[in-house]
Design a protein. Structure first.
Length: 632
């Protein structure tokens, strides 16, 4: 659904600076760690990075074996019984979308509200790193990388397709508006932005922020199971954690495979159009996937700097060239008007869009299953992949700037992209080009470019861009799956990366060969099914992270400040009237500003010890009943 990128050129000195900071932090950690046994106050713990903890990375044989066995079983099922696989996945898809569509809808709205609370509530100044740690990358580079993460195969495929589809057949919530009208154009963009905008990106922000906090402030391995340690304690390092990480691998594989299937079909269609050849058969599709699979496996094992970064930077330029060309060659003035108009329509109609459900009208369930619920499941399935990437580049950021940037920047990218490609497509549809009759879904992008000057050239560029996105997405997903199978190892073994990259390519090829576009629908069905149980994990992540933030040293210090200030002001007025200042003096035991806190509670300090599993946390540290100013 999205691509990824890595540090841009010119940042090497910042990497060296970051490495120096990490070495310094490790020395500080080695000096201060023994103080815990001597009573170092939990409010003064500075945080600990994952590299400062003595993690022993290695292949988790249970996670690797079970996850790979499940993938191999699906591949074998697709080869030996493609029809039964399609039938079973279709039935499961219907159950998920019809019986649990409400759950996905509530989940997305809940995650968005949760992230607004995280980013702008009382925890907003907590850093995704140690106290005082500066960001690893400059703001400009960080924003650029998030920008690149918001562009991928899905946007090239759906950029012209989704707005035109809603334009010619409005969602049930807007059934009273005439299809093809100017108002329909704005509403189509609003519906598209609901699927691709801030509500959707809040899901990535949740997982990315939680992983960055756990890894760079609490020193835990970057695993989905590690995020649940505040709830389940040491059990996350046993069978329970293995189940979570297995699901993370499976949803990453199927979610990425959907994008790769879309990309393979679109590249195949591009070859047919640009080269002027007849319909490509299964052999050609397999050949396309095989060539690209070799490319992304080589990229993955060659290292991040030489692989993903170079390709991502090239593709940012290609995608930008396509968007700029469509903007200039298309209805430029109309697009400039649509940009603010579509944004305002989206904001105004957001409650209506969020209120859509299978009960909105007679045909609402079909729309929700085909579009909104499908998208929500797709976003859920990509959270381990993109979330881990965003976490890696966000070290040192405060929660406020993290939430604001990770949600707003990709939303603006998507707004511009869909306005340019979708707006031009709707304009062509409105003026008689009939793009909606272009044929298959993968024809839409090339039909759009064919109606503009130099269509063959831009179609070739778009096809190359899809291919590069195919490589970068599969490259990054392979590394993430291998990392999850190696207890969070940020640099997994090459053979492990090759195994998961090959599995990704094989499952996409097997299902496409088994039925082309129809098989892609089957793959989408499987993604929906695997996303449902992982959505439950997302709920648990919110609970666990909120508990952990309530015990953060900075949160404890803020509580001390409120208690001390309230007591000091009250006593100053009572004893000295207007003429007093607040100082620090020792109070009697259990009468000071920290009377509410049990400093010896191991839940407040266990995380600072290397390899020590954190005990389960309550919702907040021990606190008194009633206001902050009580016993003097």
């Amino acid at each position: 659904m999205t691509g990824t990128t890595t540090p841009v050129p010119g940042e090497e000195h910042r990497h060296r600076d970051g490495a120096s900071r990490h070495r310094t932090a490790r020395l500080v950690h080695e000096v201060t760690l023994p103080q815990i046994a001597e009573g170092l106050h939990p409010a003064l713990l500075p945080g600990i990075g994952v590299e400062d903890n003595n993690h022993r990375f290695g292949v988790n044989k249970v996670v690797f074996g079970v996850a790979f066995g499940l993938v191999a079983a699906v591949i074998a099922w697709g080869v030996l019984g493609a029809d039964s696989l399609h039938a079973a996945s279709t039935t499961a898809y219907r159950v998920v979308t019809e019986d649990f569509g409400w759950f996905f809808g509530l989940l997305m709205v809940g995650v968005f509200a949760f992230m607004m609370w995280i980013g702008f509530g009382r925890y907003r100044s907590i850093r995704l790193g140690q106290d005082g740690e500066q960001p690893e990358f400059s703001t400009a580079s960080w924003v650029a990388m998030i920008f690149a993460a918001g562009i991928g195969i899905g946007l090239l495929f759906y950029g012209p397709l989704e707005p035109v589809t809603h334009f010619t057949s409005l969602p049930p919530a807007f059934a009273d508006v005439a299809p093809g009208s100017d108002q329909a154009m704005h509403l189509a963009l609003a519906q598209t932005m609901f699927h691709w905008g801030p509500v959707a990106w809040s899901m990535y922000a949740l997982v990315g922020g939680a992983v960055a906090y756990a890894s760079f402030r609490k020193g835990r391995a970057p695993l989905m199971s590690a995020l649940l340690e505040p709830i389940f304690g040491a059990r996350t390092r046993g069978p329970l954690g293995a189940v979570v990480d297995i699901f993370a691998i499976i949803v990453t594989l199927f979610g990425t495979a959907v994008s790769l299937g879309i990309g393979a079909l679109q590249i195949g269609r591009g070859v047919e159009i640009v080269a002027g050849v007849g319909p490509l058969g299964n052999g050609a599709l397999v050949g396309i996937i095989a060539v690209l699979a070799v490319a992304f496996v080589v990229s993955a094992v060659s290292g991040v700097k030489r692989g993903i970064r170079v390709l991502s930077n090239v593709n940012m330029i290609l995608a930008g060239v396509v968007a700029l060309f469509v903007f200039v060659a298309g209805p430029t003035v109309l697009l400039l008007n649509l940009l603010p108009g579509g944004l305002m329509t989206f904001v105004a109609e957001l409650p209506t869009l969020a209120a859509q459900s299978g009960a909105t009208s007679d045909d609402a369930q079909e729309f929700m299953s085909s579009w909104t619920t499908f998208y929500w499941a797709w976003w859920v399935s990509w959270t381990p992949f993109v979330g881990l990437f965003i976490a890696k580049i966000s070290r040192g950021r405060t929660l406020r700037e993290f939430v604001l940037t990770v949600i707003v920047v990709p939303t603006l990218v998507c707004l511009v992209w869909f306005t340019v490609l979708g707006g031009t497509s709707m304009w062509l549809e409105q003026t008689g080009a009939a793009l909606s009759q272009a044929g298959s879904a993968q024809d839409m992008l090339f039909a759009l470019l064919d109606n503009l000057p130099a269509g063959a050239v831009t179609s070739a560029i778009a096809m190359v861009s899809v291919g590069i996105f195919f490589v970068t997405s599969a490259d990054s997903a392979s590394i993430v799956m291998a990392s999850l199978a190696e207890k969070g190892n940020p640099a997994p073994r090459r053979w492990n990366t090759i195994v998961w990259g090959s599995a990704l390519a094989v499952i996409a090829a097997v299902l496409l060969v088994g039925g082309g576009s129809a098989a892609l629908n089957g793959l989408q069905n499987l993604m929906m099914v695997t996303a449902l149980p992982f959505a439950v994990v997302i709920v648990l992540v919110m609970v666990a992270w909120s508990r952990e933030l309530a015990h953060d040293p900075q949160t404890i210090r803020r509580r001390f400040a409120r208690e001390a200030l309230a007591r000091g002001v009250r006593e100053g007025i009572e004893q000295h009237g207007d003429d007093f200042v607040i100082g620090v003096v020792k109070a009697q035991p259990d009468k000071g500003a920290g009377a509410w806190l049990n400093t010896d509670d191991p839940r407040l300090t266990a995380w600072y010890s290397p390899e020590a599993p954190q005990p389960p946390l309550d919702d907040a540290p021990d606190a008194p009943d009633g206001p902050a100013a009580a016993p003097r």
